[in-house]
Design a protein around this ligand. Structure first.
Ligand SMILES: NC(=O)c1ccc[n+]([C@@H]2O[C@H](COP(=O)([O-])OP(=O)(O)OC[C@H]3O[C@@H](n4cnc5c(N)ncnc54)[C@H](OP(=O)(O)O)[C@@H]3O)[C@@H](O)[C@H]2O)c1
Length: 349
């Protein structure tokens, strides 16, 4: 392997183009091939990345000997099929969230990567954020003692349709909970690592569109853990801008973090992190700003390094399976109009 890990990118849409830039700019990564569906997207890739092979079928990327990692940035429905094909071709995989659309697909992916001894990293880039990672560091440093309650909330503008409108087609997106709230389930799981696996979920949601109740604009879910800790994940898409907050409460105090901008990819966010109890409050200072594109850049470099060194990616396949499971358990809870035990879903055929 050369000193740069060679990436083949599947998908050159809005986020795929950002992946391409992050790969090109990463010190230990190199973009060797890109694929997209339409001639227009392929031309855009050729224009921006003249030295990179642009192909019209993603399976051509998998056949190449000069690709070490396949980076899947396709509409959600294609994640499982593309990641399985890449692993079966002996490639490491960076798979955008959601990892897949069902529990059993997630299990297949975890097993296939493990059996083949290949890295399967999931795109929960918020773990690399100076802000959301700063929260994790404070928890690990014992700043608030044992965590008892996590609230992660987002108010934002409605989802973009995506190429060919896949995001507004439930058969191709899977669930709107799998789009953005999945990141917050991942953060909550990460912050509540000491509490072990979640035991039950209770969720509520509604839609602004009476003809599409399955497209859930307003969504809240409570995730319960065996030790009594719990997380609340909440999102509304009927808002403006992009405003995310997290409040983590422990036995010795609380951490509050907030990030706000016109868009998650804005380079001019307002963000802060404070922690304390009563009149004792401290504020974190940051050497580095927080924002999705900065985190994506760090994620690509971290994955390139973990493939070279044989380490763990920032978000493993097992982590990605949990965030997907909690979204799907929330969907099940909304459908049943009641709480859902994780064990019951694990036992379901
Ligand atoms: N981690 C994050 O924060 C984050 C943020 C945004 C998106 N995402 C995820 O990233 C994925 C892509 O999202 P996006 O916003 O970039 O969507 P998008 O703009 O709609 O782009 C999708 C891309 O996939 C291509 N494509 C579709 N079918 C294909 C096929 N059969 N073979 C090859 N290429 C195909 C499309 O080609 P054409 O352009 O030619 O149509 C397009 O380039 C989604 O899973 C989304 O959930 C993650």
């Amino acid at each position: 392997m050369s000193d740069r890990v060679r990436f083949g990118l599947l998908g050159f849409g809005l986020f795929g183009a950002h992946h391409a830039r992050a790969i090109q700019n990463a010190p230990h990564a190199e973009l060797v091939a890109v694929t997209a569906n339409s001639e227009a997207s392929r031309n855009a890739a050729r224009e921006e990345f003249p030295g990179v092979d642009v192909l019209d079928n993603y399976r051509q990327v998998l056949e190449r000997d000069d690709v070490d990692v396949v980076d899947v940035v396709l509409p959600n429905l294609l994640h499982y099929e593309a990641a399985m094909a890449a692993l079966s071709a002996g490639k490491h995989v960076l798979l955008e969230k959601p990892m897949a659309l069902t529990w059993s697909q997630c299990d297949d992916l975890v097993r296939t990567a493990r059996d083949a001894n290949l890295t399967l990293a999931i795109g929960h880039e918020l773990r690399l954020s100076s802000l959301w990672g700063g929260v994790k560091q404070l928890i690990m440093d014992g700043a608030i003692g044992r965590v008892q309650h996590v609230l992660v909330e987002l108010s934002r503008f409605p989802y973009r349709p995506g190429s060919g409108g896949w995001r507004y087609d439930i058969s191709r997106v899977g669930s709107w909970i799998l789009e953005e709230p999945i990141h917050f389930f991942d953060l909550a799981q990460w912050y509540l690592e000491q509490s072990g696996d979640p035991v039950s979920v209770y969720a509520r949601a509604n839609s602004r569109d009476p003809e599409h109740p399955e497209l859930r604009d307003n969504f809240s879910s409570i995730v319960n853990y065996a030790d009594g800790a719990y997380a609340v994940i909440s999102q509304t898409l009927a808002a403006f801008g992009h405003h995310q907050s997290a409040k983590i409460t422990g036995e010795k105090g609380c951490i509050w973090a907030s990030w706000s901008a016109s868009d998650a990819r804005s380079d001019r966010p307002v963000f802060w992190l404070r922690w304390g109890l009563g009149d004792q409050v401290q504020e974190m200072t940051f050497d580095k700003p927080a924002g999705e594109l900065l985190e994506l850049a760090d994620e690509i470099e971290a994955i390139a390094n973990c493939i070279t060194d044989g380490g763990q990616p920032p978000c493993t396949a097992e982590d990605g399976r949990w965030s997907t499971r909690l979204c799907l358990a929330s969907e099940a809870s909304i459908e049943r109009d009641g709480p859902v035990r994780i064990a019951d879903l694990l036992e379901a055929p």
